[in-house]
Write a protein that binds this ligand. Structure first.
Ligand code: NAD
Ligand code: TDX
Length: 332
């Protein structure tokens, strides 16, 4: 049995990953999470006590990190400040957690010789034009746009340097936009679903023509497990499921699934520096490691996600008012 240390396991993708690992493998999991506004212990309810441990702590705290590395066979690093809009309002926590936090984990991986997998984003590559048929590959040059994506890019480069300079046993994955249960209501899809459920009109930044490449969080989880099992040390793998949609299309789908007129949304102030389009070419992961996504029907996955938010209002309601107040203060 492998003992996994999962940072950020109380967040959106980390909690989906922990559920997926405990459901589909024999591994045991320890979560290290600071429980910032984005962490929610309720996302980890119902896990088996004999294979799951939760530790509240900060990834920038070398003492707690080193103690936990002593008992880990492998580390999967999800913890981050993850929201672009927050990074525009207050960048500092992004530097602390995404850069210094990653540095702290890499130093521990180096000291303990621990296998380390680094979770990152396609946003490190910047954006593509709307009419450009190109997609990101592992050799696309880094060109991040926001404080968030620049700190993620910086963290990826630290990993590459620690592999080359110190022989750390690391892999990196850069994934496209995730959707699914347990995503904070600040993010696009949960914000619009919960708006409609509350009788608030969805809010589309600018014209809504920006394109995101959607993947279900469970497919992200299966890809990460595959890289942990079969990935080549020092390599980067792009994770994506061919899910390109404009934001306008997604809002119209949410409204239609919830039985509302497809045009019952508002256009609001655009995001500063708003990336136009992301698109992932995941050929390397599919051909070299034999991974394939399971959720190929975005509409079905979105409908299931809407059902989850409809059934789990106690999970999301406590964060909803403060999130909407933050957006309202910016005309969004
Ligand atoms: P999230 O904001 O939902 O969760 C982040 C978690 O990290 C929270 O539980 C939070 O409490 C914890 N955390 C934050 N700072 C910490 C610290 N200093 N020490 C310990 N824990 C801390 O984020 P998410 O959307 O689940 O993203 C997880 C990872 O996946 C991030 O690295 C992100 O860059 C990456 N990613 C996200 C997406 C996406 O669509 N959401 C896509 C690609 C990659
Ligand atoms: O109310 C909104 N209206 C709107 O039009 C919000 C919150 C967002 N948007 C737009 C902005 C983006 O074009 O929707 C798109 C998606 O927005 P976010 O959910 O904020 O995601 P994005 O900025 O694309 O980044 C996400 O995917 C990559 C995650 O938050 C990152 O952590 C990940 O790295």
């Amino acid at each position: 049995m492998t003992r996994l240390l999962v940072t950020g396991g109380a967040g959106f993708i980390g909690s989906n990953f922990v559920h997926h690992v405990l459901r589909t493998t024999e591994h045991s999991v320890t979560v290290l999470d600071k429980l910032t506004y984005a962490g929610n212990l309720a996302s980890l309810d119902g896990l088996p006590d004999d294979r799951f441990t939760f530790v509240r702590g900060d990834i920038t705290d070398a003492d707690v990190v080193n103690r936990l590395f002593e008992d880990a066979d492998a580390v999967v690093h999800f913890a981050a400040e993850s929201h672009n809009d927050n990074s525009l309002a207050n960048p500092r926590p992004f530097l602390d957690t995404n850069i210094v936090g990653t540095y702290t984990l890499l130093e521990a991986a180096r000291r303990h010789g621990t296998r380390y997998h680094h979770i990152s984003t396609d946003e490190v590559y910047g954006d593509l034009e709307l009419d450009d048929p190109a997609r990101f590959t592992e050799s696309t040059p880094y060109n991040p746009s926001s404080p968030y994506s620049s700190t993620k890019a910086g963290s990826d480069l630290l990993v590459r340097a620690w592999v080359r300079s110190f022989g750390v046993q690391a892999t990196i994955s850069n994934c496209s936009n995730n959707y699914g249960p347990y995503q904070h209501v600040e993010k696009f899809i949960p914000r619009q679903i919960t708006n409609v459920l509350r009788g608030i009109r969805p809010k589309l930044y600018g014209a809504g023509l920006n394109v995101r490449d959607w993947i279900h969080a469970n497919d992200h989880s299966s890809a990460v497990l595959r890289i942990l099992d079969r990935g080549v040390i020092g390599e980067t793998y792009l994770i994506g499921a061919d899910g390109e949609r404009s934001n306008k299309e997604v809002v119209e789908l949410i409204l239609t699934i919830l039985g509302q007129p497809a045009d019952a949304y508002d256009h609001v102030t655009d995001r500063a520096g708003h990336d136009l389009r992301y698109a992932i070419d995941s050929t390397k992961l599919r051909t070299e490691l034999g991974w394939e996504p399971t959720y190929r029907d975005f509409e079905a996955g979105l409908a299931a996600t809407i059902d989850w938010y409809r059934s789990n209002e106690p999970w999301w309601a406590p964060a909803k008012d403060a999130t909407e107040a933050f957006y309202a203060s910016k005309g969004q």
